[in-house]
Design a protein. Structure first.
Ligand SMILES: [Zn+2]
Length: 239
């Protein structure tokens, strides 16, 4: 059975569309939903065309030089690994509205529609803005939790798009964190915060340094190997 994931399925609700439609691009298959169509009808339609869509997707990807979706810019309907959990990102065609998180957990953004490349850029920016606000709160809570243990307090937190690093600590104890930590499991984000907090005392990776890290998070080697194993894929997709 070909799953939605195999198709890199993306749903687009459209006010203008008259009928259900599948669009196949190298980054995945898009199912266009007119307003009047219900979910079961849409599912039924998709199931009938699943094999066709998959073959066409394979074919297009082969012809586009074997580009994998992970190398392509972020598009709507994709799954965003928010806090390590696949979370749907829904693009609604219409009057522009900022990205928000729905009660069911999915991200939703309203865009007027247009070229997919342009849209991908807009979605990425919107996601970045949302994550920067979310992460600031999240990291403040982590610092409140872990700083008192050894009295190590960063001067300020900066959320940034960094190409190669997860975090760093400036000479005045300003903590820089990669926004992509929003897409790692929560304990990995906590580990990077702890890692930088501990650099306030030791500006190196000595045995004393790692002992201090272990005091806050005894399972730190697991977090580190998670980043080694999955980090580059995240950086390649979103970085
Ligand atoms: Zn370090």
């Amino acid at each position: 059975m070909i799953s939605d994931r195999d198709l890199d399925l993306r749903l687009r609700e459209s006010k203008r569309a008259r009928a259900l439609r599948l669009i196949v691009r190298p980054e995945g298959v898009e199912l266009v939903l007119p307003r009047h169509v219900g979910e079961s009808e849409a599912r039924h339609f998709l199931d009938r065309h699943r094999v066709w869509a998959y073959q066409k997707l394979e074919d297009i990807r082969r012809r586009s030089g074997g580009l994998k979706p992970s190398c392509l810019p972020l598009t709507g309907g994709a799954f965003v690994p928010f806090q390590g959990v696949a979370t749907e990102l829904i693009v609604v065609e219409g009057v522009r509205r900022p990205l928000h998180r729905r009660l069911d957990g999915a991200f939703e953004i309203h865009l007027p529609g247009g070229a997919p490349e342009q849209e991908a850029v807009e979605i990425r920016h919107a996601l970045y803005r949302w994550v920067a606000v979310w992460m600031r709160t999240e990291v403040s809570l982590l610092i409140d939790r872990f700083s008192p243990l050894e009295g190590l307090q960063p001067r300020q937190i900066r959320i940034k798009a960094m190409k190669t690093r997860w975090g760093s600590l400036g000479p005045k104890n300003d903590m820089n964190l990669n926004w992509l930590l929003a897409f790692t499991p929560p304990e990995v984000l906590a580990y990077v915060v702890i890692h930088e907090i501990c650099h306030i005392r030791f500006r190196n990776h000595s045995k004393d340094y790692w002992d201090l890290v272990a005091l806050h998070d005894p399972a730190w080697p697991e977090r580190r190997s998670w980043l080694k194993q999955h980090g580059s894929a995240l950086l390649a997709r979103f970085g």
